[in-house]
Design a protein around this ligand. Structure first.
Ligand code: HQG
Length: 181
């Protein structure tokens, strides 16, 4: 992705996940906003967005972070929200036996004590493959990948959700479901 696209993609992430009020917009509970309204408000706040640019960002995004509604009129972030405006009703899914969570070695002591917690975001984010988890961990420092006994958790009553872009979500992962080796 080129630099300009990357910048605009980060801006969209910021608005659609964290601070919609920064450009005076409100997202609905499912995270959706009208694309025309988003463009209008972004432009009024000195950010030049257009239909074409949004289409290009959505299509070229490496992690498929954004979803356009079937009628083509609305956009939302697939996951990763921290804004209280949004509470997506994700469909519950049965997870595979194991899922993976990438983190940094400096968090390990705390994770051993508390398990995985969502922090600012609404959910703990899990990946179905180790490679993706490793890339997620790298964002925070020296990466380490934890294996999560997802199916066992599910069997014991924990709920799992799959976002539009294949990222797995759950509220919390207690330590006894984590493999640290
Ligand atoms: C850590 C990216 C101490 C957790 C990725 C993580 C993902 C703890 C950090 C998505 C802890 C939170 C989410 C505990 C968890 N003590 N640290 N008890 N429990 N942590 O960024 O999972 O590029 O909020 O391990 O692809 O890194 O934004 O979560 O290191 O899907 O599209 O606290 O964000 O997507 O960091 O990443 P984050 P994450 P995007």
């Amino acid at each position: 992705m080129n630099n300009q696209l990357d910048k605009n993609s980060k801006f969209l992430s910021y608005i659609l996940r964290h601070q919609p009020e920064a450009i005076g917009i409100t997202l609905d509970a499912d995270g959706w906003v009208d694309i025309n309204y988003l463009i209008l408000q972004a432009n009024q706040h000195g950010k030049s967005l257009s239909q074409e640019l949004i289409k290009e960002i959505v299509e070229t995004n490496d992690k498929k972070r954004f979803t356009i509604s079937k009628d083509g009129l609305k956009i939302r972030a697939a996951q990763g929200h921290s804004t209280k405006q949004v509470e997506i009703n994700y469909a519950e899914q049965i997870p595979p036996e194991f899922l993976y969570h990438g983190t940094a070695t400096r968090f390990i002591d705390s994770i051993k004590e508390q398990g995985l917690i969502a922090g600012n975001r609404h959910y703990v984010h899990l990946s179905s493959d180790e490679q993706t988890a490793n890339a997620v961990g790298k964002r925070h420092g020296k990466p380490i990948v934890l294996k999560v006994k997802a199916l066992l958790m599910y069997q014991q009553g924990f709920k799992f959700y799959l976002a539009d872009n294949g990222v797995w979500l759950t509220n919390t992962v207690p330590t006894n479901f984590l493999l640290f080796d």
